[in-house]
Design a protein around this ligand. Structure first.
Ligand code: 5GP
Length: 175
């Protein structure tokens, strides 16, 4: 089977993740312990690389939402599949997302996490499809801005396939 064409290479991803980890570590240096909340499933590889490169005290939580039925068209309707398990009240929270497309998912997540009364919430996305934004949502740390393409690999899937590709590739959802 042919492999999806490369959008961002493995080395390119690793270099950018190292930059983000350094920037986040510097920004939170005086804040003490932070909690990184990975959004399942797509952010699991990004979160694991990012968190291991950070140099400040940190703990890990996961949250799971469902925003697309099975395909690639955003319905805008987001559903909570699994909430965080640990207590994040009065903690500094960083949401770690794979990709922000319309922004509906991130906006929904911020609302859910605000109800847990953290000390602060910031957001980090490996990828942002700037042209597709439908809602205004703050993204404090962005890995790469990309166009309106369906991206797979490094945790991201198409119908559950291609998550374990080491690079970010492009697939045509029509094929
Ligand atoms: P939004 O609510 O911002 O439209 O969509 C965010 C979610 O849609 C992401 O967390 C991700 O699960 C999914 N998504 C959006 N674009 C892509 C893409 O190009 N590839 C993959 N694999 N998922 C995407």
């Amino acid at each position: 089977m042919s492999q999806p064409p490369v959008l961002i290479s493995e080395d390119g991803i690793q270099a950018r993740v190292a930059d983000l980890a350094a920037q986040i570590s510097a920004d939170y240096e005086d804040k003490g312990d932070i909690v990184l909340i990975g959004v399942l499933k797509g952010a699991f590889i990004f979160l694991s690389d990012l968190s291991r490169r950070m140099t400040i005290p940190r703990t890990i939580e996961f949250i799971a939402v469902s925003s697309y039925a099975t395909g690639s068209i955003s319905s805008g309707a987001v559903r909570l599949v699994m909430d965080v398990r640990g207590n994040i009240e009065n903690r500094h929270v960083l949401i770690v997302e794979d990709i922000v497309d319309t922004g509906h998912t991130l906006k929904y997540l911020i609302g859910i996490l605000e109800s847990h009364r953290p000390a602060s919430i910031r957001t980090c996305a490996l990828l942002r499809k700037a042209e597709s934004a439908e809602v205004d949502v703050p993204i404090d740390y962005v890995g790469f801005d990309i166009g309106d393409e369906w991206v797979v690999g490094y945790g991201l899937d198409f119908a559950e396939h291609d998550r374990t590709l080491p690079y970010l590739g492009i697939v045509d959802p029509e094929v």
